[in-house]
Design a protein around this ligand. Structure first.
Ligand code: PXL
Length: 275
């Protein structure tokens, strides 16, 4: 039977992030996307203005129908969460729908470049630490892993030894597979540091092209989720995700697409399709 993933994330009209990115990407990978909105925004929070409608009060009733229909999911993915109460709703969702055969992938969307997003309070950070304990796969960037471990953001270059220690600490909380995304190793390359219990660690390097772009994490997490669900190894999943994101970023650079408009993934959907 065709597989399904629950996408617990925001619905943002303009800016290519979250469900607007993840649903088409997993669909291209033949996976059915079941969306569970956490908030509805006109544009994402990196724009100077945005309309933000918190969906928390509606989520329980929304999810209740899936419980009553005895729905089953092959994976549960979580992304941008807008309130503390929402994290509890997500944990309840996982407790209900998690089985021995499916997996939970958490993108702890909290911040970038050493800074937390405007909607992120210290209480939300604590809640996110709780959510991490339910994750099989987690895809933090450097800002997010430091926040989850109560560490200072390393403004100097981070070493492989540092990354390994950070991942070991994060893995103790629960996640089996960790990838720290978008690590600025030097002026020309960006690394994705992969850690799991099968091997020491591995790195997927890609060329650094232009400035950082919003929505990159959403592209990467959805490709990883789709690849992993389709039976590829975690390493293969991360490699495909990094290469795909890199190709989209190059297109954006070549066509002068503003950094906060997200990645033009629509141009390369064919790359995600397998026979
Ligand atoms: O791409 C991460 C993301 C997702 N959702 C919303 C955001 C952001 C990043 O800024 O604002 C609403």
């Amino acid at each position: 039977m065709q597989k399904k993933i629950a996408l617990i994330n925001d619905v943002t009209g303009f800016g290519r992030c979250s469900i607007a990115v993840m649903a088409p990407i997993v669909s291209a990978m033949k996976i059915q996307a079941v969306t569970v909105p956490t908030a509805i925004l006109s544009t994402h929070t990196q724009f100077p203005i945005y309309y933000f409608d918190d969906y928390t009060p509606k989520m329980k009733d929304y999810i209740q129908t899936y419980k009553e229909l005895n729905m089953e999911f092959d994976a549960i993915s979580t992304g941008f969460l807008g309130s503390e109460e929402q994290v509890d709703i997500v944990i309840d969702f996982i407790n209900h729908f998690k089985t021995d055969d499916n997996f939970v992938i958490v993108d702890p969307v909290m911040g970038d470049y050493g800074k937390l997003y405007k909607t992120y309070t210290p209480a939300m950070c604590d809640k996110m630490k709780k959510l991490v304990t339910y994750a099989d796969i987690i895809t933090p960037n450097l800002t997010e892993i430091c926040t989850l471990l109560d560490m200072e953001y390393p403004h100097e270059n981070v070493t492989l030894e540092d990354l390994k220690l950070m991942c070991e600490r994060l893995a103790q909380l629960g996640p089996k597979h960790i990838v720290v995304t978008g690590i600025p190793f030097n002026k020309t390359q960006i690394g994705n540091f992969i850690y799991n219990d099968e091997y020491d660690f591995r790195i997927v390097m890609v060329d650094r092209i232009g400035e950082d772009r919003s929505g990159t994490g959403d592209v990467i997490t959805s490709v990883i989720a789709g690849m992993y669900m389709n039976g590829h190894s975690f390493y293969e999943a991360v490699k495909k995700a990094a290469d795909f994101a890199s190709k989209c970023i190059k297109y954006c650079e070549d066509n002068n697409v503003p950094n906060h408009w997200g990645l033009c993934f629509e141009m390369f959907m064919k790359d995600l399709m397998e026979d």
